[in-house]
Design a protein around this ligand. Structure first.
Ligand code: NAP
Length: 441
């Protein structure tokens, strides 16, 4: 442990550290995938299905890297894995396992979950030249093979594209993690381990969805409606819009979250609970009157303008309203369907007003790198609110499932306490307040 934290240790020292035969990881288990049968989504408790288990240490294969994980973070995909929805992730692991001898290691009766991490490179596999033992890194979660031409311009289009720690094994909620070398990026050195681990998945996703030409291609002055603006994705989307000269219109569900988005510099905030929007009259019928009331509220805030871009992820519950309130020629960019994936909207408002619906998923290598660069330069900040020890990963995921958190929920893995790992104290001092604005302490 001291070797991982010390500034004195050389790359050769790290390479000579003996690897443990096993390590502790947060897992879901194949023999428990039916444990929530008959329950509603809300009743399923991630704290019951996530366990801490000893995992045999995998040797890094061709192009792979074994990392000592200092900290990780919970993502909503941790929740999906733990409640086995929309299907158990073991189906992904089995399919991956069939593709090659190296990939076969991923097909196990356990799934080490987690798609974010910060840590120190322990071992590099054959063919890895860019990273060395001792390098301090964060990982993005895009795993691709790039053998087929489809992904050569945009790595997200690789037919073998997988999300590490969700569709692959040996993820980040653990003491060690196995990644492909090209998932690694330099750790932002003004951040602690847990702060550095918080952003990768959501920041990269929001970057592609809003900023990249593959998503919204947001330009200066654009009005952007952001659902869940104090949540994981939304707290980064809000910052990206402000950083790019746009105008975020932030939707949240309580006053505390409204304060959090205001603290980031967003002035236009809608409290969807206080204002009581009910876009669905019942399970099958939407209420266009409520779409109109919501649109009128947006115009009231913007001085009569509609939104150029909608940052969509709640899905079924909000999608009809999102299509309605988008301005003529604007875009609805969707990356998820938390409340249900069978969306309904009135298509007349789409075609007659020349709007576009764009699907977006994570980010390609380049987008993930650019998103991390914004963090490293102190332009975008982590929105960590709570930090749990690895032993309480289940509780951390339960908070996210119940929408009881804001921003990101972190997990300490090998880092013995919070606050370690900062090297660039000057940059930190400049942004200390912004880095801490979501913290509950
Ligand atoms: P999160 O931290 O739970 O934040 C989501 C926010 O959405 C919440 O803070 C909540 O804010 C709001 N929300 C929840 N249910 C809502 C509803 N029915 N109507 C309106 N707002 C609602 O989760 P996240 O990390 O942002 O992820 C959100 C979704 O995106 C998840 O389904 C996740 O799996 C998906 N995702 C997809 C990708 C991808 O690459 N495709 C990447 C990241 C995440 P308020 O209650 O304050 O309004």
């Amino acid at each position: 442990m001291s070797a991982l934290i010390s500034d004195e240790v050389t790359s050769a020292d790290m390479a000579n550290l003996p690897l443990p035969e096993s390590y502790r990881g947060a897992v879901v288990r194949d023999d428990e995938v039916d444990m929530f049968e008959g329950m509603t989504t809300a009743e399923k408790d991630p704290a019951k299905s996530i366990h801490l288990q000893d995992i045999p240490t995998p040797e890094p294969g061709l192009g792979e890297v074994l990392v000592a994980v200092m900290a990780s973070a919970v993502n909503y995909n941790t929740v999906w894995s733990a409640i086995f929805e929309p299907l158990p992730t073991f189906a992904f692991l089995r399919r991956y396992g069939r593709t090659s001898e190296l990939a076969a290691r991923h097909d196990q009766p356990f799934h080490v979950i987690g798609s974010d991490m910060s840590g120190v490179v322990l071992r590099t596999g054959p063919g890895v030249t860019h990273w060395r033992p001792g390098d301090r890194v964060v990982a993005h979660c895009l795993s691709v093979e790039l053998e087929a031409p489809d992904g050569h311009n945009d790595t997200m289009l690789d037919p073998a594209q997988r999300i590490w720690g969700f569709e692959t094994n040996y993820g980040g909620l653990a003491e060690l993690a196995l990644v492909k070398a090209n998932q690694l990026m330099p750790k932002p050195e003004h951040l602690s381990w847990e702060e550095a681990a918080a952003s990768g998945l959501v920041n990269s996703t929001a970057y592609r969805q809003l900023v990249s030409g593959n998503g919204g291609g947001m330009k200066q002055g654009d009005n952007v409606l952001i659902w869940g603006a104090a949540g994981g994705l939304g707290s980064y989307a809000t910052q990206l819009v402000l950083n790019g000269g746009g105008v975020p219109v932030c939707v949240v569900s309580n006053e505390r979250r409204a304060e959090q988005v205001r603290s980031m510099g967003a002035d236009l905030v809608i409290d969807r609970s206080a204002e009581g929007y009910r876009f669905w009259k019942d399970e099958h019928t939407q209420d266009p009157g409520e779409w109109k009331r919501f649109g009128a509220r947006i115009r009231e805030l913007t001085g009569g303008e509609d939104v150029d871009i909608v940052f969509e992820h709640p899905g079924r519950e909000t999608f009809g309203a999102s299509v309605y309130v988008t301005r003529k020629g604007g875009s609805i960019i969707t990356c998820a369907s938390t409340s249900g994936y069978m969306h309904e909207y009135d298509n007349r408002y789409l075609w007659m007003s020349l709007k576009r619906i764009i699907g977006s998923h994570f980010a390609n290598y380049r987008e993930a790198w650019e998103a991390n660069r914004l963090i490293a330069k102190g332009r975008i900040h982590p929105t960590l609110s709570e930090v749990y020890p690895l032993t309480e990963t289940g509780q951390a995921a339960r908070d996210v499932h119940r929408n009881a958190h804001s921003g990101k929920v972190g997990v300490l893995c090998l880092a013995p306490e919070e606050g370690l790992g900062v090297r660039d104290h000057e940059l930190r001092a400049r942004h200390e307040t912004a880095i801490n604005r979501f913290r509950n302490r």
